[in-house]
Design a binder for this molecule. Sequence first.
Ligand code: ZN
Length: 79
Amino acid sequence: MWFKLLIFAIAGVALYRFFGGKVPFLDTEEKELKEEHDDFGKIEATSSCVVCGTYVTEEDALIYKKRTYCSTECLEKEK
Ligand SMILES: [Zn+2]
């Protein structure tokens, strides 16, 4: 009986990877963190990308010559 469950579990993971292609644990953790930030307002410092204006947390931001970028793509555009 448990053998069927095992097959279902493997099929489930395979389907998830087929559609999402990402590690499920990381995705859910990120969503939970964002919800927490909403509850507490803007406690974490955010800055906006000087190129496209996207808001990024200081943790995720790329800072180059005291300017904030959301990604290496935007950093390349500014150069
Ligand atoms: Zn940007």
